[in-house]
Design a protein around this ligand. Structure first.
Ligand SMILES: Nc1ncnc2c1ncn2[C@@H]1O[C@H](COP(=O)(O)OP(=O)(O)O)[C@@H](O)[C@H]1O
Ligand SMILES: O=C(OP(=O)(O)O)[C@H](O)COP(=O)(O)O
Length: 480
C-alpha cells in the first residue's frame, strides 16, 4: 500500500437498528436438519414399509397414521442417510457410491489438493465397516471421450492410504470386465471405477447408461456434493434403478450447513458476499437478503453499487447493465431491515497486475485511471465490528483480487476474523469457490465450522435452488 487511508465520511452504509430483532416467518424458520419439508400427509404406508426406515421412525409413523391426526407441522421429511443403513442392510451388499473425486492434478499427475478425497472417506469407511462391497465412482475434469490424462488411476494410492485397504481400480466403469471385478470384490472391499465422464451418456443422463451403472450394485449412496447440481447418469439417473438411494455423510453435512444452518441460523446472521461480478451473485444476494441480518459486500461487484449511487469508480470493474439492479438490491435490503454494508475505502491500482502501484482511497474518491482491487483498512475495521456481533456467518467470494499479494489484504482479513469468531463458538460457513482457497492460504481452514467442497453446487444451494442429485434421493420421516 502506498498511502494511508483517509477517513471516509461517506455514508454508503444503510443500516437499521432493529435488524437483529426481526421476527422470522414460519416459511423461513425451517427445521435444522437438511432439506426437510412439511409432511403434508405424505405416503406413510410406503415409507413405513421400507425395511430401512429405523424402528423408531417406523413406530412414530404407525402411531401417527393410526391416530388419524393431521401431520402438518409435527413431522418433516429428510433425505435418507447412509447412517440410516445398518449392518443388516449392508453386509455383503454391493453399494454404488458416487463421490466427487474431481481433484486438481499437476503435469506429473500428482494430486495437488486431496480435500475431496479426504471428504469422501467417512462414508466409504462406514460402508467398509458394515461389510459392504463398495463400488466407487467419480468424474475427473471435463473429458470429451476417453482421455488418459483424466484417468482416476492417480487417485488409487491416496485412497488406499486413507482407507487403509488396497483399492482395486477398474479400467472402465461399465461392461463385462467391470462386472468380473465386482463379482470378485470381498466384503469390505473397494473397487474404483474409471472416470464416468469417459462416456458422453453420463452428462446426457441417458437411462440406458444409468441402468448399466446401476446393474453393478444393490443400492446407491450419493456423496458427490460438488456434482449434486448436475443431473447426470451417476448422480441422478441411477436412482431410478437402485433402491434405496441415500445421501452420504459428506452430502448430508453440506446440506446441514448450507441449507439447515442458513435457513434457521443462530442470530445475528451475517452473510459476506464477494467475487468479481454482481451478475454471478444476484441469486445469492437476493436469497440471503431473505434470511440474514447483516450483509457485507466486497470484491469487484461493489463498483457497480458505487456507480449506481453516483460515485466515480475510475477504471474499476463495472457492469453498466446492472446499475438499476444494484439500486434495487440496496432498496430491498433497507425494506427488509438488513444492515447492508458496502466498503467505505478501497485499495486502488494503476493497472491490473501483481506489481501495480497501489494506494488506499475513500470509496468516494477513486481517481480517474485507477481501479479498485481490494477493500481498504477502514472497511475491514467496520466489517470486523459488524461480524463481532454475530452468531452465524456465511462467506462466498473474495473481497479483492486475492491472487495478487498486494490485493489479498481484505480477503485474508475476513478469513482471519472468521477463524477468530469460530474459536468463540460462532458458526462459520465457507460457501465454496475462491473463498475456500483464501481460507486455506491463510491456514485457518481447520477451525471453520464448515467448508464446502462444491463451488457451483454451494452457490446453487445458497440461491435456494434444488439440486437434482439430492432431489432424486429417498426421503425418510425424521421427527414427529
Ligand atoms: N475488485 C476486483 N476487481 C476485479 N476482480 C476481482 C475484484 N475482487 C475480486 N475479484 C476476482 O473475483 C474472482 C472470484 O470471483 P467469483 O468467481 O465470483 O467468486 P467465487 O469463486 O468465490 O464464487 C477472483 O478471481 C478475484 O480475483
Ligand atoms: O469441481 C466441480 O465443481 P466446482 O468447480 O463448481 O466446485 C465439480 O466436480 C463439478 O464439476 P463440473 O463443473 O465439471 O460439473
Amino acid at each position: 500500500m502506498a498511502s494511508a487511508a483517509s477517513p471516509s465520511s461517506l455514508s454508503l452504509i444503510p443500516t437499521t437498528s432493529s435488524s437483529t430483532s426481526r421476527t422470522r416467518s414460519a416459511a423461513t424458520a425451517l427445521p435444522t436438519r437438511f432439506l426437510r419439508s412439511p409432511l403434508r400427509r405424505l405416503g406413510f404406508a410406503g415409507a413405513a414399509a421400507d425395511p430401512l426406515v429405523s424402528a423408531h421412525v417406523a413406530s412414530k409413523l404407525r402411531s401417527l397414521k393410526s391416530s388419524g391426526k393431521p401431520a402438518r407441522g409435527v413431522a418433516s421429511m429428510a433425505k435418507k442417510s447412509v447412517g440410516d443403513l445398518t449392518e443388516a442392510d449392508l453386509k455383503g451388499k454391493k453399494v454404488f457410491v458416487r463421490a466427487d473425486l474431481n481433484v486438481p492434478l499437476d503435469d506429473a499427475q500428482k494430486i495437488t489438493d486431496d480435500t475431496r478425497i479426504r471428504a469422501a472417506v467417512p462414508t466409504i469407511k462406514y460402508l467398509i465397516s458394515k461389510g459392504a462391497k463398495v463400488i466407487l465412482s467419480s468424474h475427473l475434469g471435463r473429458p470429451k471421450g476417453v482421455t488418459p490424462k483424466f484417468s482416476l488411476a492417480p487417485l488409487v494410492p491416496r485412497l488406499t492410504e486413507l482407507l487403509g485397504i488396497e483399492v482395486v481400480k477398474a479400467d472402465d466403469c461399465i461392461g463385462p470386465d467391470v462386472e468380473k471385478l465386482v463379482a470378485s470384490l470381498p466384503e469390505g472391499g473397494v473397487l474404483l471405477l474409471e472416470n464416468v465422464r469417459f462416456y458422453k451418456e453420463e452428462e446426457k443422463n441417458e437411462p440406458e447408461f444409468a441402468k448399466k451403472l446401476a446393474s453393478l450394485a444393490d443400492l446407491y449412496v450419493n456423496d458427490a456434493f460438488g456434482t449434486a447440481h448436475r443431473a447426470h447418469a451417476s448422480t441422478e439417473g441411477v436412482t431410478k434403478f437402485l433402491k434405496p438411494s441415500v445421501a452420504g455423510f459428506l452430502l448430508q453435512k453440506e446440506l446441514d450447513y448450507l441449507v439447515g444452518a442458513v435457513s434457521s441460523p443462530k442470530r445475528p446472521f451475517a452473510a459476506i458476499v464477494g467475487g468479481s461480478k454482481v451478475s454471478s451473485k444476484i441469486g445469492v444476494i437476493e436469497s440471503l437478503l431473505e434470511k440474514c441480518d447483516i450483509l457485507l459486500l466486497g470484491g469487484g461487484m461493489i463498483f457497480t453499487f458505487y456507480k449506481a449511487q453516483g460515485l466515480s469508480v475510475g477504471s474499476s470493474l463495472v457492469e453498466e447493465d446492472k446499475l438499476e439492479l444494484a439500486t434495487t438490491l440496496l432498496a430491498k435490503a433497507k425494506a427488509k431491515g438488513v444492515s447492508l454494508l458496502l466498503p467505505t475505502d478501497v485499495i486502488v491500482a494503476d493497472k491490473f497486475a501483481p506489481d501495480a502501484n497501489s494506494k488506499v482511497v475513500p470509496a468516494s474518491a477513486i481517481p480517474d485511471g485507477w481501479m479498485g482491487l481490494d477493500i481498504g483498512p477502514d472497511s475491514v475495521k467496520t466489517f470486523n465490528e459488524a461480524l463481532e456481533t454475530t452468531k452465524t456467518v456465511i462467506w462466498n467470494g473474495p473481497m479483492g483480487v486475492f491472487e495478487f499479494e498486494k490485493f489479498a489484504f481484505g480477503t485474508e482479513s475476513v478469513a482471519k476474523k472468521l477463524a477468530e469468531l469460530s474459536g468463540k463458538g460462532v458458526t462459520t460457513i465457507i460457501g465454496g469457490g475462491d473463498s475456500v482457497a483464501a481460507v486455506e492460504k491463510v491456514g485457518v481452514a481447520d477451525v471453520m465450522s464448515h467448508i464446502s467442497t462444491g463451488g457451483g453446487a454451494s452457490l446453487e444451494l445458497l440461491e435456494g435452488k434444488e439440486l437434482p442429485g439430492v432431489i432424486a434421493l429417498d426421503e425418510v420421516l425424521v421427527a414427529v
